[in-house]
Design a protein around this ligand. Structure first.
Ligand SMILES: Nc1ncnc2c1ncn2[C@@H]1O[C@H](COP(=O)(O)OP(=O)(O)OP(=O)(O)O)[C@@H](O)[C@H]1O
Ligand SMILES: Cc1ncsc1CCO
Ligand SMILES: [Mg+2]
Length: 262
């Protein structure tokens, strides 16, 4: 685990271009900013080329997609490949909505992505493996999460993060699991959106995608865990506010003190 990447990220302050959803856009911008990246959001295809050129990485989130936005995603994804900027895809709710799954699969044939980050329901859907997704949530299933994540990574030739109580990170062969976190993440809508954009921020500063994906998962999960450990009750709103503070204040030794990986 390369936690020095957190120090490097804060020093470099990379621009992360997000095609965000309208539900969590501000949480994502504030979370990225607090961590030490420089977020920019855009919904206009006419400025796509400039956005890609100035960004260190791109995060494409399917959360509230429209036909217009899907065309923007196609253009941005192709440009990102052309300019060698890593792309992270967040396939929000593809396990619950067949239209979204079709669009996600089309996008994945249109341009290369460095990382797909989704919950179990989303990653299982992209891997065509059995799972009962529920809206934006992971839902339920009995399949082996490591096998599901590996199948998805091998099908789309990229790193996959299957997030949840344990985050599974794989490049299709190697697997690392991050056991940190707190159930409070599930009470804050957009924890996954933020994770996807944080992964993009780290891909902007290192080309070791597998390493970067693990580091991003650990930094967010450990920060949330540290916040939750100070709360006397489940307070989702307080958690949300304090998580942003923690992303700004958290130190490498603090994360090392709680990190739980294998
Ligand atoms: N029960 C849990 N215990 C610990 N950590 C969790 C738990 N559930 C989620 N997380 C953490 O929450 C973060 C977001 O992952 P999650 O799988 O919930 O994304 P998501 O379903 O896409 O969320 P959203 O749709 O709200 O954006 C990850 O860092 C993950 O480790
Ligand atoms: C609630 C919700 N609906 C579409 S996107 C989103 C935020 C979680 O991704
Ligand atoms: Mg999500």
């Amino acid at each position: 685990m390369e936690l020095r990447l957190l120090t490097a990220l804060r020093a470099q302050n990379p621009i992360v271009f997000n095609i965000a959803n309208f539900v969590t856009v501000q949480d994502v911008a504030n979370g990225l900013n607090a961590l030490g990246a420089s977020p920019i959001m855009s919904a206009e295809v006419q400025e796509a080329e400039t956005m890609v050129q100035i960004a260190g990485a791109v995060c494409i989130n399917l959360g509230t997609l429209t036909e217009l936005q899907i065309e923007q995603m196609r253009v941005v994804g192709r440009l990102a490949n052309q300019y060698h900027k890593p792309v992270v895809l967040d396939p929000v709710a593809v396990g619950a909505v067949p239209y979204r799954k079709r669009i996600a699969q089309e996008l994945l044939t249109t341009f290369d992505v460095a990382v797909i980050r989704g919950n179990a329901g989303e990653i299982a859907a992209l891997a065509d493996m059995d799972w009962q997704a529920k809206g934006i949530d992971a839902g339920t299933g009995t399949g082996d999460l490591i096998s599901i994540a590996k199948a998805c990574a091998n099908r789309y030739h990229c790193c996959v993060i299957l997030s949840g109580p344990t985050d599974v990170i794989t490049d299709g062969t190697r697997v690392v699991q991050v056991h940190n976190g707190t159930p409070l993440f599930q009470l804050h809508v957009g924890s996954g959106d933020l994770l996807s954009s944080i992964v993009a921020a780290f891909t902007a500063i290192s080309s070791d995608t597998f390493e970067v994906a693990q580091t991003a998962c650990l930094v967010l999960a450990a920060s949330g865990e540290l916040v939750a450990s100070q709360l006397t009750a489940d307070r989702p709103a307080t958690f949300t506010v304090e998580l942003v503070d923690k992303l700004s204040l958290v130190t490498v030794p603090e994360i090392e003190a709680v990190e739980s990986l294998n």
